[in-house]
Design a protein around this ligand. Structure first.
Ligand code: ITT
Length: 200
């Protein structure tokens, strides 16, 4: 079975494709399907937004569709930017400008703890839905370091590491990341639902 990926974010697409192919799941992207639409993320939770994206792409592709909604939850900022991570600091900023804005807001905060959260929702043409989550705990760095990954990786230090997510190789990141965990959980659910004879 082939799955459509509902994300338009190139960093996510690369990671999702690598992780899912290592788990035996083949995916096609929106670009490959020639689907060019803006999906409004009007939900107030990661799960709601992932569901909106998966439903939209499932309708257009008529394929089982996997959506990722994710973000950075910072304790000292009362959970911000959370579901608004992709637009934190305003519209039309670069990824670098967004994490610089976050670093500025964290400048005088002693508490640096944070986590990346990922919700994966898969919607099937039958209407069946699977949802899986993953989290990666860590802390916010004082200065950005590293070139790998995307988004806020240069300012996020995973627990147990002395380097940022952007200093890890893609395999190292995928093994511990919120997305890696959520996708592993999703594939486990998919296998269970197939094994139990549920029609997907
Ligand atoms: P799609 O909706 O098309 O999937 P998006 O970038 O808008 O792409 P989200 O609404 O889920 O996706 O926004 C999540 C943001 O959180 C994303 O833009 C990144 O800035 C950040 N983010 C999520 N996962 C990340 C990761 O692994 N490393 C760094 N930043 C991440």
């Amino acid at each position: 079975m082939k799955f459509a990926l509902a994300t338009a974010n190139k960093g996510k697409i690369e990671e999702m494709r690598n992780i899912l192919s290592s788990l035996g799941i083949e995916v096609v992207t929106r670009d490959e399907l020639d689907i060019d639409i803006e999906i409004e993320e009007t939900g107030t939770t990661f799960a709601e937004n992932a569901r909106l994206k998966a439903i939209a792409i499932c309708k257009l592709s008529n394929m089982p569709s996997i959506a990722d909604d994710s973000g950075l939850v910072v304790d000292a900022l009362n959970g911000e930017p959370g579901v608004y991570t992709s637009s934190y600091g305003g519209e039309n900023l670069t990824a670098k400008e967004r994490y610089e804005y976050l670093l500025e807001n964290m400048k005088n905060m002693e508490q640096k703890s944070a986590k990346f959260v990922c919700n994966i929702v898969c919607v099937f043409p039958s209407g069946k839905e699977l949802i899986a989550t993953g989290e990666c705990n860590g802390s916010i760095a004082t200065i950005p370091i590293g070139e790998s990954g995307f988004g806020y990786d240069p300012i996020f230090i995973p627990d147990g590491y002395k380097k940022t997510m952007a200093e890890l190789s893609s395999d190292e990141k995928n093994a511990i990341s919120h997305r890696g965990k959520a996708l592993n959980n999703f594939v486990e659910l998919l296998r269970l639902s197939k094994a139990s004879g549920e029609c997907v």
